[in-house]
Design a binder for this molecule. Sequence first.
Ligand code: PLP
Length: 392
Amino acid sequence: MTSPGLKTPALTSRLPNVGTTIFTVMSALATEHQAVNLGQGFPDFDCDPALLDAVTQAMQAGHNQYPPMPGVPALRQAMAAKMQALYGLRCDPVSEITVTAGATQAIFTALLAVVHPGDEVIVLEPCYDSYVPNIELAGGVPVRVPLTPGTFRPDFGRIAAAMTSRTRAIIINSPHNPSGTVWSAADMLRLQELLAPTDVLLISDEVYEHMVFDGQLHQSAARFAGLAARAFIVSSFGKTYHVTGWKVGTVVAPAAFTAEFRKVHQFNVFTVNTPMQHALAAYMASPAPYLELGAFYQRKRDLFREGLAQTRFRMLPGEGTYFQCVDISALAVPERDLSEADFCQWLTQEIGVAAIPLSAFYGDGFDQRVVRFCFAKKDDTLREALKRLSRL
Ligand SMILES: Cc1ncc(COP(=O)(O)O)c(C=O)c1O
């Protein structure tokens, strides 16, 4: 694109510390070495054919032009009905629900809508990799508070200590990527109590809301009136219906928050693809697919954990999400002493299974000898991975 004599002006990066994400790096390495890719978090199986049929029908019915800016009304109504049925939250689909291009956009737009330059936003590490760059792009200051090492439970003492007069928001994520922990009702009540006397907003990333195991309930912020009144509650159809590539999600927030959210949304994404929204609205008529998702993934978790139990990986609890974390320090190979990142590279190249180092979810690269596997895979894929891992 450049030629002699033409000058390309130099840029000063808005995100100087951001490079290619570990997920892209590990997926490329997995392809290069024909490794089983348990790194990046997406299913290797397809969605319900009925959902694909619904998209075709929507396209053939002519739903191919811009939908309303906040989203197709039928989809927002279906979301409102779900929020009430599952979490007891009455929300207005007209003024309190917006359809987004996935959860990542929802979180970024929420931050752009509420964060002013210099505002602080608390993130609980390890955390999903978009949060911190999003806060920075919004002009905010990320304040990193660690979840308790080893258990990954929230440390309310440290959260309270991190709150200042400049704190604008806190981002939470339960069920939690990468650790697979799930916040209890007591955790949510503690948070509600902590935030009650403040003007701190809550961004509740609930993309794994339907992947909670062993009879536990997802404790959505929607169940807690004091939290819902100050929250952006973020969901993702990609995770729930095995269509991560569709990038469709929602954000539920009080009308005043939603109004500000939509001011940003309309000049950025504006609208989300129409036929998918119609298809999702029709598909949501039955709650069975999301109500059965927990059992579906619990079976895969159990299959994967049974295999891992035959190895020297020490498994961390897996209460929710489609991730299983393991401690590598008791393995009988010298590579157990490598950094998490180097271990994952070795595991991909030599053992043929890709994983993600937990250090990738910390700003300072904190290394605790733990790596993350994704079990949103066909049983055969999981068995093949386990066969390879059985050497360890
Ligand atoms: C915690 C968390 N939030 C958000 C997302 C992104 O969701 P979406 O694909 O709907 O943007 C992911 C995807 O991996 C995630 O793990």
